[in-house]
Design a protein around this ligand. Structure first.
Ligand SMILES: C[S@@+](CC[C@H](N)C(=O)[O-])C[C@H]1O[C@@H](n2cnc3c(N)ncnc32)[C@H](O)[C@@H]1O
Length: 420
């Protein structure tokens, strides 16, 4: 019944933010006397004056006592409708996206559906694991539904240990039993960093990549597990990470995710002040780049061997050299990652490949014109966030555009990573 759905509301408790603000969810708590299930939450969204229904993935017996509803929701995909202001976890107060929230979001089967139905991703992992897992002792960090562990067990791994800190691991254990792997895979619930396993492994497998590879910073947990458990001569899967960037000319992406909206009168009003505020601190955003939007070839800003690289190596300072191959306008830079999984299996999020759920990341800039033969030389600096969400890196783009050996344009921007 509809009335049963009203469990709480979300209120803005601090100032409105676009670009750099501090908006906070006042987390709706279930009354201590309340115990039972629900099909969703009606959220009041003050900044649009609207209400939105958020479905809850498991409609029964989820809540008890003072449970926090938002622990069971990953609200962003549900509540951001076309036309809503862009609002993002990275904009929230420090510490909002706690580990509990993070792991709770992975308890949602819908998130795993999204990942598993990404065929480019899942089938690449299947092929790579089948190529190398036979006879190996395998450790799966962040097993989720257990799908990679089941690939390994089916491929003849000597043993498989699977780790996850999210409640999804309870489902994974049952799925493994359903598929005849109960005695082949051992599931361990907990953070990879807190594990105390009494074994070494020949192969550590993990699907840890966030948007533009680095978001979520799950690589830190995987590197930690590698250093503790990988036997000398053992391997990581994936074994190599590359981050690539290319200049983008795409007025639609500029309009949707860049500052295009503020360049013209907004309902007859001058909004250029907001443009000036936004260029001080951009957010990256996922987008579908067309190969024809690239003004020239991509360059690699990080090329990291995951058998040997350290967690600090993921935060890098690198120079990209980007030759312009046709006249146009640079609206921003497209970024994506590629990983070599094992053998010759590569997973690429390039716009030239089959689209993955990561798509590409867009780093907007204030547009500037370029001509064929120009060269952009851009220092990209990826750093740990000093404030805000610690699972999202911050990127600095410091660039110069050369024409006939002369600098014709300079730019410097800061971009916050995002969960999309
Ligand atoms: C991107 S999902 C991958 C799930 C599954 N391996 C797959 O490929 O479909 C990452 C998983 O890692 C888990 N995870 C992230 N950080 C972790 C950590 N430090 N310790 C244990 N599990 C972690 C999350 O809960 C999530 O289920």
């Amino acid at each position: 019944m509809l009335l049963d759905l009203r469990l709480g509301s979300i209120h803005e408790t601090r100032g409105f933010r676009y670009g750099q603000s501090r908006r906070r969810i006042q987390r709706p708590l279930i009354s201590p006397s309340w115990l039972g299930g629900a099909h969703g939450v009606i959220l009041e969204i003050p900044w649009t004056g609207s209400q939105r229904f958020l479905p809850i993935p498991h409609p029964s017996a989820l809540f008890q006592g003072r449970d926090n509803v938002t622990n069971y929701l990953d609200p962003w995909p549900f509540w951001r409708a076309p036309g809503d202001p862009v609002w993002h976890p990275s904009a929230m107060s420090e510490g909002y996206w706690s580990d509990n929230d993070y792991f709770a979001s992975y308890a949602d089967p819908g998130v795993h559906r999204l990942m598993i139905q990404d065929h480019a991703r899942t089938d690449a992992y299947r092929r790579a694991i089948e190529a190398v897992a036979k006879g190996k002792r395998v450790l799966d960090i962040g097993t989720g539904t257990g799908i990679l562990s089941m690939f390994a067990a089916r491929a003849g791994a000597a043993k498989v240990d699977a780790v996850d800190s999210s409640g999804i691991i309870d489902v994974a254990r049952e799925l493994a039993a359903d598929n005849g792997f109960a005695d082949k895979i051992t599931f361990h619930r907990g953070r990879a960093e807190d594990l105390d396993l009494d074994s070494e492994y020949d192969l550590v497998i993990s699907e840890w990549m966030g948007f533009f590879g680095l978001a979520e910073l799950m690589f830190e947990s995987v590197i930690h597990a590698r250093d503790r458990y990988l036997t000398p001569g053992g391997h990581m899967l994936p074994g190599q990470l590359r981050l690539r960037v290319a200049p983008v000319d795409d007025s639609h992406v500029h309009e949707d995710l860049g500052i295009g909206l503020w360049e013209r009168p907004v309902y007859g009003l001058d909004f250029t002040r907001l443009l000036e505020a936004e260029v001080q601190s951009f957010l990256t955003a996922a987008c579908d780049l067309k190969p024809s939007s690239l003004l020239g070839p991509a360059d690699t800003v990080l090329d990291l061997n995951l058998d040997s690289g350290t967690a600090d190596d993921f935060f890098f300072t690198s120079v990209a050299t980007l030759p312009i191959e046709r006249e146009g306008t640079v609206h921003g830079f497209g970024g994506w990652f590629e990983v070599d999984l094992a053998g010759d299996v590569e997973l690429s999020c390039s716009p030239m490949h089959v689209q993955t759920h990561w798509r590409q990341s867009f780093f907007p800039v204030r547009p500037f014109p370029v001509e064929r033969g120009d060269v952009i030389r851009m220092v990209m600096d990826a750093q740990r966030a000093e404030s805000g969400d610690q699972r999202l890196p911050v990127y600095f783009l410091d660039g110069e555009v050369f024409r006939d050996g002369q600098v014709i344009h300079r730019f410097f921007y800061r971009h916050h990573g995002s969960f999309e």
